[in-house]
Ligand binder design. Structure first.
Ligand SMILES: Nc1ncnc2c1ncn2[C@@H]1O[C@H](COP(=O)(O)OP(=O)(O)OP(=O)(O)O)[C@@H](O)[C@H]1O
Ligand SMILES: [Mg+2]
Length: 388
């Protein structure tokens, strides 16, 4: 499996009045093409900061201080890495739209309350898939049952050919204003709406043709989240990042959305990066998982290895705090809470809560080392090497 998005020793701080919040400390993650990668950990562990840093959407007073963020656009070719920290904001904007889409917990924040659903999904198609749509319209115009009169048909075909190659050509903007040619834009909008209905239907919302006429406030939470996914998919991303995208929804809708993500992973998108604090979701959805604690990675492994033989005491504690059907007696919660990251504990950040603490854990930070095939752990129970 080849790399898609990778961070190397990423450090992100927030400069607040209380002090510097050391939110990410040398985090190295690697999401591969064709996989679903889960990022788990308690609230405040730095999951959102990690993905926001990767996408360079950390807001003030936050700053990515060190490390590298590498994007590998071509599956199967690890030699062509693009260092995203060296790229312009314009490049990042096009990457965020065209190759990587993000969906968040709160669908209302992603939807425009005064635009119809159809217009919002269509906009995404018009922005990211114009070339593809122009090609399709041109094919329709060439087909035998197209009734447009010949000279107009030829002119329209020329316009779509130009738009297919260069969607922002100034000529198109000028011509689009001439009344008789307005229909060239209209056809594009119709095609975008047709695709919007199609994708909404695919996402399991019945009566999609009706739904596109509605506004966000007319829809339920689960429906709104599906629309957000539709907008994200319209961009045709290679990676979909879902940050707690199902946490706000009730359990049945959550299960449906996760099922949907699984299906989409197989058909529409190459990879998914799923951020959640729900280990059940990880078990059902992910191939590989990284466990985070207080801005550090504790353990990274394939999902079956994490569940069968968790190595890090934090991973073990997380798993013990999940209710199981076979379990008798009380659920074991993890004692204590996530530390204040302005003054994180010395050495291993988990040591104040760890039941297997040793002397070295207070002094030195453990390196993430491979303890089994593709199974990495940062803990002195498994390694004797401090981090550089
Ligand atoms: N804008 C900010 N200013 C200051 N500190 C911040 C800011 N955003 C995040 N942090 C800090 O960064 C750390 C990681 O936060 P983050 O939002 O990534 O956690 P999370 O793992 O996503 O939690 P949750 O599961 O609740 O979403 C926290 O200690 C948080 O206080
Ligand atoms: Mg978060």
């Amino acid at each position: 499996m080849t790399k898609l998005l990778e961070t190397v020793d990423l450090v992100t701080n927030f400069y607040t009045y209380e002090g510097v919040v050391k939110a990410l400390d040398k985090v190295s993650l690697s999401v591969k093409h064709g996989t679903t990668f889960g990022l788990v950990g308690e609230s405040g562990c730095g999951k959102s900061v990690a993905v926001r840093s990767m996408m360079r959407i950390i807001q003030e007073p936050g700053k990515v201080e060190e490390g590298r963020i590498l994007f590998y656009p071509n599956a199967g070719d690890d030699s062509q890495a693009i260092d995203l920290l060296q790229k312009s904001e314009a490049y990042m904007q096009s990457l965020r739209g065209d190759s990587i889409s993000m969906i968040f917990q709160e669908p209302n924040a992603a939807l425009n309350p005064i635009m119809s659903i159809g217009d919002q999904v269509s906009e995404s198609f018009l922005f990211h898939r114009k070339k593809e749509m122009c090609k399709k319209i041109n094919e329709d115009l060439s087909s035998a049952n197209c009734r447009t009169i010949y000279p107009l048909k030829k002119l329209l075909q020329t316009l779509y050919r130009i738009a297919g190659k260069k969607p922002d050509a100034w000529l198109l903007k000028v011509i689009g204003r001439i009344p008789i040619f307005k229909r060239w834009n209209k056809r594009l909008r119709q095609e975008a709406l047709r695709r919007s209905v199609e994708i909404i239907e695919k996402l399991g919302i019945p009566h999609a043709a009706e739904i596109v006429k509605r506004y966000p406030h007319n829809l339920s939470g689960g429906m709104k989240q599906r629309i957000v996914i539709a907008i994200a998919l319209a961009c045709n991303p290679v990676l979909l990042i879902a940050d707690e995208a199902t946490s706000n929804l009730d359990v049945t809708i959550q299960a449906q959305i996760l099922e949907l993500l699984r299906e989409l992973k197989q058909k529409e998108i190459s990879s998914v990066l799923l951020i959640t604090h729900d280990l059940g979701v990880v078990a059902e959805t992910c191939d590989r998982v990284a466990v985070m604690y207080a801005g550090n990675l504790c353990e990274v492994a394939d999902v079956k290895d994490i569940f069968r033989s968790p190595k890090h005491p934090y991973t073990q504690a997380l798993l013990n705090s999940v209710p199981k059907l076979s379990q008798e007696g009380e659920l074991q919660s993890i004692e204590g809470s996530v530390p204040n990251l302005v003054t994180p504990p010395s050495g291993c950040r988990f040591h104040p809560r760890c039941k297997q603490i040793m002397d070295i854990c207070r002094r030195e930070f453990p390196k993430l080392v491979e303890v089994g095939t593709d199974h990495f752990v940062a803990c002195y129970l498994w390694t004797d090497q401090p981090r550089d």
